[in-house]
Design a protein around this ligand. Structure first.
Ligand SMILES: N[C@@H](CCC(=O)N[C@@H](CS)C(=O)NCC(=O)O)C(=O)O
Length: 205
């Protein structure tokens, strides 16, 4: 059986759980990280020396890095669904996953940190504003990409999962934000899927 370590408030854990749900996999999820702790034991460090979640164990195979886990599960169990059959559509989905990890999520993180995660006395208004200013053009870019598309790369695929988790976080932040109609419609579309519905819930944490 597949084991997933990680708290569900983590965007990176959410990706893995949605992916497993989409694939209909049987799994056990063990809360870890954040207030659950559990990342410093010799066993946990043996699984992931970065002291981070998510981590999975599939038989005797252990893997960390959320998007790598999504790709692994999609390739192994979702050929033709989460893992697109067409190589170019698969590459397109893969590209949007990298964009989420290297571009969108880092831009948005300051807004999350300075509204939700940091204690009120430690919140940095300038860092929050800078993060919002960096994120809005990225969402405009995504919005333009989604114009006329139902999903980020062909039919629903692994490419939708990471961006949906980050976008869900964005729309849960107590901030002023611009409207991006295509992003909002797409997010509603993926959130209506049962695999996402139980994972992407409010309030965000
Ligand atoms: N690049 C890694 C980042 C993992 C990461 O930063 N995980 C955070 C949660 S989102 C974590 O484990 N933080 C420590 C904790 O939760 O205690 C991935 O995508 O898996």
């Amino acid at each position: 059986m597949l084991t997933i370590w990680g708290r569900l408030s983590s965007v990176n854990v959410q990706k893995v759980v949605i992916c497993a749900n989409e694939l209909g996999l049987r799994y056990e999820r063990v809360d870890a990280g954040g207030t659950f702790g559990g990342l410093d034991s010799p066993e946990a460090l043996g699984r992931n020396p970065n002291r981070l979640v998510p981590v999975i164990r599939d038989g005797d195979f252990v893997l960390w890095e959320s998007n790598a886990i999504v790709r692994y599960l999609a390739r192994r169990h979702g050929a033709g669904t989460l893992w697109p059959a067409d190589d170019r559509i698969a590459a397109d989905a893969d590209r949007w996953m990298d964009w989420q990890a290297t571009t969108l999520n880092p831009a948005l993180f300051g807004a999350f940190w300075n509204t939700i995660r940091a204690a009120p006395a430690e919140r940095d208004a300038a860092a929050l504003a800078a993060s919002v200013a960096k994120t809005e053009p990225l969402l405009a870019l995504l919005d333009a990409h989604l114009d006329g598309r139902d999903f980020v790369a062909g039919p629903h695929s692994m490419g939708d999962i990471p961006i949906a988790c980050t976008a869900h976080r964005w729309y849960g932040l107590p901030i002023e934000r611009r409207r991006h109609a295509n992003v909002e419609a797409w997010l509603a579309r993926v959130r209506a899927r049962p695999a996402y519905a139980s994972v992407l819930t409010y309030p965000i944490g």
